[in-house]
Design a protein around this ligand. Sequence first.
Ligand code: 3PG
Ligand code: MG
Length: 412
Amino acid sequence: MNFLRLSDLDLAGKRVFIRADFNVPFNADGSLADDTRIRATLPAIRHCLDAGAAVMITSHLGRPVEGALAAADSLAPVADALSSLLGHPVPLVKDWTDGGFGVRAGELVLLENCRGNVGEKADDPRLAARIARFIDVYVNDAFGTAHRKECTLHALALAAPVACAGPLMTAELDALGRALAHPARPLAAIVAGSKVSTKLTILESLAAKVDVLVLGGGIANTFLAARGCEVGASLHEPDLLDAARRIERRLAEHGGVVWLPEDVVVADRFAPDADARNHDTEHVPPGTMILDIGPQSRDSLAGVLARAGTIVWNGPVGVFEMDAFAAGTRALASAIAASPAYSIAGGGDTLAAIARFDVGEQIDYISTGGGAFLAFLEGSELPAVAALRTRARTASRRIEPVPQFEHEPELS
Ligand code: 3PG
Ligand code: MG
């Protein structure tokens, strides 16, 4: 990959700025629901601290209003989590865009939610220039946000004295790139979601590459309707039937297929205690909705996945949060776990399903990216990665050798 890596640099005494993705889920009581993304950033942090750098790290959390950060938008719970994972306090710095805070070599501070800064979303180069004044090395370890073109992901990578990829970013790009560049065939992709319209580009791009496209959720219902099935009150998009047929044809051109269920679990209400019934897929009763795949489909899907060489998994095939509609996704998770195929998985719902059905150990690579994982599969260039590549092309002129800095690493 043609960009600088953190491990290429001498960091002793340098002021290192890490852009991480700590956009983590919370429970209703405000506690952290999952710290995977925080733990996944520890190698970058430890590398920099051990190398004797003065380390600043930031992330976005949610989608706050710029210039008006509410208490709920604060990275304070992440500071607590980092403190316990690292075994020492990690101070949280507010209003940091002009520097003026202290951090010594071998120390770490967390800079408050970068999406609170005016200019972050717009990728403002003036904001980037202000931040670049107090850093020596910029590290992007935020694979989960690499599909966004925002200041701490893009403009800052262009403005910083040195810009490189952190170990998580590098590992993600390596694993996904390897799986998709020369995949063991057949290549099966599982893509679920409520709408074909929001995933049209990814479906079209996958249709050209994969051997089996397994669909779930409202997307599957739209494809079923396009094949002439009556889908009752199921979530689907009647305007997208032609698009669905086009995608099926695209696959057929190279011998690929769309996998859809032959039987489904239907209910008249979207509720955990709804009356769930198995039904064939062709004539779903009016007024009922498809909420999971049925028993025959579970077997057929397991057979498809057992024969796959590579499996890419993004999304459940049923409403697995409710026990009555969890069997399909449980069977899917078990089939991926049991398959000899190389398997990669990503996305919030998928990670929740992996945790619920306890198959994490049997998945070959679990990505921290949701939207970024999909954007990568789609084949689009991730703006954050593009910025690192741009810097690598100009490296000989601008950043070689790593400059020696006159100032003390302490910022004040
Ligand atoms: C994510 O969780 O998908 C990433 O952190 C990106 O967040 P965003 O969708 O708010 O840009
Ligand atoms: Mg998102």
